[in-house]
Ligand binder design. Structure first.
Ligand code: ATP
Length: 140
């Protein structure tokens, strides 16, 4: 069944998640504060919006409570990630998934009620190590 997802921040991580969700047949709204990032993906996602994901009025206009899940893929700027997560929870976004980059970021996201928290670099590091140790296994 086709689902609707939103991705806040279209850096390397956000972009790969958004593109894969599209490839899997879902609808994806991509949001980035950087006009170039949003424009680059305009032809590849269902909709792209140039907006500051820490601006609650901009988020409100996106009706994010209608989406199956919203991913906060803003990493470097922890403050922006936290603010965005807080607003998404206040706006009753259904599932709020957050990319965290430090243990403190993780704890704050958890306190704010994030439904799932990822550490892509750490998790990918584990997978690569497992593949290096067991190169003949397709997916460890
Ligand atoms: P990645 O680790 O995914 O490659 P990155 O290191 O290139 O990302 P980040 O700082 O983590 O960059 O930001 C990811 C994306 O989020 C960038 O495209 C950036 O423009 C966008 N972004 C940063 N702050 C905001 C914001 N307040 N609102 C919307 N998008 C933002």
């Amino acid at each position: 069944m086709k689902k609707q997802f939103a991705v806040m921040g279209l850096g390397g991580f956000g972009e790969s998640v958004a593109r894969e969700l599209m490839r899997l047949g879902h609808e994806v709204l991509g949001v980035d504060i950087d006009e170039n990032k949003a424009n680059q993906l305009a032809d590849h996602l269902t909709q792209t919006v140039i907006a500051d994901a820490t601006d609650d009025s901009a988020l409100k206009e996106m009706d994010l409570h209608r989406f199956d899940a919203t991913l906060v893929a803003i990493g470097e700027n922890i403050e922006a990630s936290i603010l965005c997560t807080m607003h998404l929870k206040s706006l009753h976004a259904k599932e709020v998934w957050v990319k965290a980059i430090t243990p403190t970021h993780h704890k704050i996201a958890e306190k704010l009620g994030a439904d799932r928290i990822f550490h892509p670099e750490y998790e990918m590091g584990l997978r690569v190590a497992q593949t290096m140790a067991h190169p003949n296994m397709l997916d460890y």
